[in-house]
Design a protein around this ligand. Structure first.
Ligand SMILES: *[C@@H]1O[C@H](CO)[C@@H](O)[C@H](O)[C@H]1NC(C)=O
Ligand SMILES: *[C@@H]1O[C@H](CO)[C@@H](O)[C@H](O)[C@H]1NC(C)=O
Ligand SMILES: *[C@@H]1O[C@H](CO)[C@@H](O)[C@H](O)[C@H]1NC(C)=O
Ligand SMILES: *[C@@H]1O[C@H](CO)[C@@H](O)[C@H](O)[C@H]1NC(C)=O
Ligand SMILES: *[C@@H]1O[C@H](CO)[C@@H](O)[C@H](O)[C@H]1NC(C)=O
Ligand SMILES: *[C@@H]1O[C@H](CO)[C@@H](O)[C@H](O)[C@H]1NC(C)=O
Ligand SMILES: *[C@@H]1O[C@H](CO)[C@@H](O)[C@H](O)[C@H]1NC(C)=O
Ligand SMILES: *[C@@H]1O[C@H](CO)[C@@H](O)[C@H](O)[C@H]1NC(C)=O
Ligand SMILES: *[C@@H]1O[C@H](CO)[C@@H](O)[C@H](O)[C@H]1NC(C)=O
Ligand SMILES: *[C@@H]1O[C@H](CO)[C@@H](O)[C@H](O)[C@H]1NC(C)=O
Length: 661
């Protein structure tokens, strides 16, 4: 008896057309009921009546509000966040935000402001963050900030401001961020800077202003969180101007399109007269580089020399005992020993990534860095047939090692013996040749995270992961398994502490039912982007509460005996599978609807078959697979006819028998 399929689904069609109507009506999107609304880019010229008075967070950018005034937002008195980016606002009238006492963040970026009334910002006394980027402002007097006693950050980037003279009543007490990026401020006087002495922990940004003069003492005896003078043509000006100042972070980098002066050792002498914890000189050229270049860096704790065209650092640099973090990304080293690491004996963090040449690791180049905790050597085209004990000699305290995106590493057994405290090892996208039947990772007692994605590994080596008692997160994405199968005995048997396992894009066709039996602690399994069928689900039978990603596999039908395994997990992603929406899959389809709260990616979990239902969301499918009344009627008639036929046949047979006696 063929199953009687009577599906479909006026409801689906009706709900689909409802959606179209609302979107052509250009409604705001409700993100949180009665509170958060997104009305971006709807061509609105007023606040829609549909927005409730209780709205607190309103994203209203890319609409049309040439003037705003006291009635524009009057209804929404509980606003805390208002984004009016690029609404073509020219005029902001008196008392516009009069009753908006809760307003904390106001974004007016990208509006060609012509006028802001003196009382326009009188209401929002709790305003903390004000964005006036790209508003055509040319003077700070334009902004009626006098009432904003709680102001913490003021963003004024990309305007035409030429003087940072603050108005008398400018509230600076709580100020944390003052951002003047890309304006036309060329001179800073003591008088300009005086009002800022009240602010503690201020971050001041003059990036892209090309400061040409600073009055001596302008920055003295003030403590800044950060100062940014990026893109300044003549850094001598800055070094002279910052005499007697104290700042945690000083950003003096430059940009490709600026043809500025080379840095000379004489210029850097200025650093002796100020106190700086962290300094960034990215993209500068050094005109002379000797062991005395860093004479005034003795108190610096972090130094960033990204893309400074370095081919080496001289030996014999003295006094840099406080330096903890050194960034040497995107330079031109041939060999790691050229950085003369012994100059920086206290380093805990070293970054050398994206070197412009193929980097040779050399032997023991970092052996003096006993305190090193983090080492980033990614994107360096490193090719080393025998790694890594000679290369990483004596890195006793190393916790994080990044060797991702290199060319080829040959690994012997116990290849990281010199770094016994490793907690995170990232080898992603580096071709690994494991030249041993044993584990190259043996004895990394503290290793928690191992990223081996896209390493072209030989996964048939059952001992590959031996000796990692604490391994918690393993990423094997993009490696392949022999015959597309994870067999019963496999490399996972030694890593029982694993909680997160990524096996996406591994070309898997099947997983043995016993393959994961030693993995009892797992909480996150990603098997997406393989070619698994539902049979492989039985390998997860002993696990509960999993986040399970089975997206983009070849799952068509999930038989009833597998459903309890899914039921005991906490979140499941079944999107992008060729799922059957026929009665042969009815048990799964019923289970699916009863467990929607467990499933993610509902929008992308759609039927692939039958053709009539292709693309319909599983949660919208209505199948009825029982026998219909008509079916029952025919069945009764059919059985009745059969019975009659049998009686006649019996009669006939009996008669035939008696006739031939
Ligand atoms: C939203 O407001 C309406 C009308 O005042 C009310 O019925 C509803 O319960 C509110 N919803 C929430 C989530 O507060
Ligand atoms: C604004 O918030 C206050 C305090 O939460 C509440 O009492 C009041 O009803 C709200 N007003 C509107 C119009 O939502
Ligand atoms: C709003 O502004 C108009 C014109 O400036 C004024 O007449 C009106 O009284 C103001 N309303 C409130 C509530 O302040
Ligand atoms: C919203 O506020 C306006 C003005 O304050 C008031 O006239 C209106 O009745 C309020 N609407 C609701 C639904 O409370
Ligand atoms: C100073 O500001 C920075 C970020 O702006 C913040 O991380 C830090 O905690 C602040 N320090 C103090 C003492 O307020
Ligand atoms: C820096 O401080 C010293 C000692 O306090 C003082 O003599 C000197 O004038 C100050 N220099 C500047 C430029 O403020
Ligand atoms: C750079 O600034 C310093 C200090 O203001 C000045 O002495 C020097 O001449 C300037 N150099 C150039 C090339 O303008
Ligand atoms: C290692 O470096 C790569 C590339 O620079 C980066 O994407 C990755 O996040 C880093 N790994 C860790 C653990 O930080
Ligand atoms: C490797 O995995 C770790 C842990 O998930 C992650 O932080 C890191 O970014 C990954 N590396 C790359 C290159 O994606
Ligand atoms: C489901 O998994 C796929 C593949 O990993 C991913 O792209 C998608 O974002 C996931 N869905 C959700 C809702 O997280």
């Amino acid at each position: 008896m063929a199953p009687n399929v009577s599906c479909f689904l006026l409801a689906v069609l009706i709900s689909a057309s409802c959606k179209v109507i609302t979107s052509s009506d250009q409604m705001c999107i409700e993100k949180e009921a009665n509170k958060t609304y997104n009305c971006e880019n709807l061509g609105l010229s007023e606040i829609p009546d549909a927005l409730p008075n209780t709205t607190e967070i309103l994203e209203f950018s890319f609409n049309f509000l040439p003037t705003i005034q006291n009635r524009t937002f009057r209804r929404l008195i509980n606003l805390t966040f208002l984004d009016l980016t690029r609404c073509q606002i020219n005029w902001i009238h008196e008392d516009t935000f009069e009753s908006h006492h809760q307003l904390g963040i106001l974004v007016l970026t990208g509006n060609p402001l012509i006028f802001m009334a003196e009382t326009s910002l009188n209401g929002p006394k709790s305003l903390k963050h004000l964005f006036l980027i790209q508003t055509g402002i040319s003077s700070l007097e334009f902004i009626p900030v006098h009432n904003l006693v709680n102001l913490e950050s003021l963003y004024l980037g990309s305007n035409h401001i030429s003087s940072m003279k603050l108005p008398k009543d400018f509230p600076t007490r709580n100020l944390k961020v003052l951002d003047f990026q890309n304006n036309a401020i060329h001179y800073l006087s003591r008088e300009d800077m005086n009002p800022l002495k009240q602010a503690t922990n201020l971050s001041l940004n003059f990036n892209g202003n090309d400061i040409k003069g600073i009055e001596p003492g302008a920055f003295s005896s003030t403590v800044f969180q950060s100062l940014n003078f990026g893109g300044t043509f003549n850094l001598s000006v800055i070094f002279n101007g910052l005499w007697n100042s104290t700042t945690r972070s000083l950003w003096l980098g430059t940009f490709e399109d600026i043809d500025d002066q080379d840095l000379s050792s004489a210029m850097l002498e200025g650093l002796c007269e100020m106190s700086v914890e962290s300094i960034n000189l990215q993209k500068h050229h050094f005109s002379d580089f000797s062991s005395t270049t860093f004479r005034c860096f003795t108190r610096v704790q972090a130094l960033d020399l990204t893309a400074t065209h370095l081919e080496g650092l001289p030996s014999g640099i003295e006094g840099m005992n406080l330096l903890k973090k050194l960034v040497l990304n995107v330079n031109n080293f041939d060999q790691l020993c050229q950085i003369n690491a012994a100059n920086f004996p206290s380093l805990t963090h070293l970054y050398i990534k994206g070197n412009m040449k193929k980097l040779q690791l050399g032997a023991g180049c970092l052996e003096k860095l006993e305190n090193l905790q983090k080492l980033d050597l990614s994107h360096n085209n490193i090719q080393t047939p025998d790694c890594c004990n000679l290369q990483l000699k004596n890195l006793q305290h190393l916790q994080i090692l990044n060797l991702s995106y290199n060319e080829l590493l040959g690994l012997q057994s116990q290849a990281f013996k010199e770094c016994p405290r490793l907690e995170l090892l990232d080898l992603a996208f580096t071709n690994l040749h494991v030249n041993t039947p044993q584990s190259p990772f043996q004895n990394l007692q503290l290793l928690r995270v191992l990223n081996l994605s896209h390493c072209l590994l030989d996964t048939s080596n059952q001992h590959l992961l031996a000796g990692l008692p604490d391994l918690w997160h393993l990423n094997l994405q993009g490696n392949s398994f022999q015959d597309g199968t994870i067999p019963k005995t496999n490399l996972f048997q030694t890593v029982g502490s694993l909680e997160i396992l990524i096996l996406s894009s591994c070309g898997l066709l099947s997983i043995d039912q016993q393959a994961f039996h030693s993995l009892g602690k797992m909480s996150h399994v990603d098997l997406s982007h393989n070619s698994l069928t539902s049979n492989s689900i039985s390998a997860l039978g002993h696990l509960k509460g999993l986040y399970l990603n089975l997206a983009a596999n070849s799952i068509r039908i999930i038989l009833p005996h597998l459903l309890p395994i899914l039921s005991q997990q906490s979140t499941i992603n079944l999107s992008h599978n060729p799922l059957e929406c026929t009665c042969s899959n009815i048990h799964f389809l019923t289970w699916y609807k009863e467990n929607l709260q467990k499933l993610e990616g509902l929008e992308e979990t759609v039927c692939a078959n039958p053709p009539a239902l292709r693309g319909v969301k599983l949660s919208d499918v209505k199948l009825s697979c029982g026998i219909t009344a008509l079916g029952i009627f025919f069945l009764i008639v059919f059985s009745f006819l059969i019975t009659i036929l049998l009686i006649f046949a019996a009669k006939y047979l009996l008669r035939y028998k008696y006739q031939h006696i």
